[in-house]
Design a protein around this ligand. Sequence first.
Ligand SMILES: Nc1ncnc2c1ncn2[C@@H]1O[C@H](COP(=O)(O)OP(=O)(O)OP(=O)(O)O)[C@@H](O)[C@H]1O
Ligand SMILES: [Mg+2]
Length: 239
Amino acid sequence: MLLDAREVNVRYGRNHAVKTASVSLDHGEIVTVLGANGAGKSSLLKALLGTVRADGTIAFDGTDISGWSAPRRVKAGLVMVPEGRQIFVSLTVHENLLMGAWCRNDDPERETEAIYERFPNLAERRHMPASVLSGGEQQMLAISRALLAKPKLMMLDEPSLGLSPILVKQLFDLIRDLNREGLAIMLVEQNTRMALATARRGYVLELGAIVLKGRAKDLSSDSRLEEAYLGGQSDRASS
Ligand SMILES: Nc1ncnc2c1ncn2[C@@H]1O[C@H](COP(=O)(O)OP(=O)(O)OP(=O)(O)O)[C@@H](O)[C@H]1O
Ligand SMILES: [Mg+2]
């Protein structure tokens, strides 16, 4: 098993955002984490990455990393593409890419060339500020930057947000390609249908707790999936 997180809790003051959630992921697996707005998906990913305080135990690639800082987790191969991409718009495309290699001691030249081969649009604009990129290209850049950290597990937080249907399809094709090349992926998505068509297994969060989990194809036909969304939202609306 590549990731084995047990009984993770995240609290923001009195807001218990992730409630005793356990998630795991095998080598080479795509796992999706679904749930309504505010369900705790991003908080769970941040807890795994180590950028929010959390309790519980997290094992990664056979090592207990619970006490590790986020940079140390990234160096070990646990990497996140955050919600909203978070690229540096005033830096060039190339400079953004190199930011992804901060955790390495070796020369990332070979990998940057491989990325430019994969994404000709990035190659053409490598010396331009990242602000010239379209939303889809910015997402490709954010994923490419994460790849430069040589991840074993890439966590993607709502990568399809704001992309047109064609770009969403390209994005999911890319996710599948990266997975075929051996990368394990944890995918947080609002696009439930695409996520379940791409992942092998899934977890559904409602108000911070995992209320449903299982094989993606079973989840996609489970009536409780929709209830988790509606339930979470109506509870929030009335609270
Ligand atoms: N930094 C923070 N400080 C305080 N509360 C927070 C913080 N971040 C998130 N929360 C709260 O924690 C809960 C879970 O938020 P989180 O962002 O993890 O949900 P999410 O499932 O990612 O939602 P979305 O689909 O909108 O991205 C929400 O009630 C949210 O308001
Ligand atoms: Mg979120």
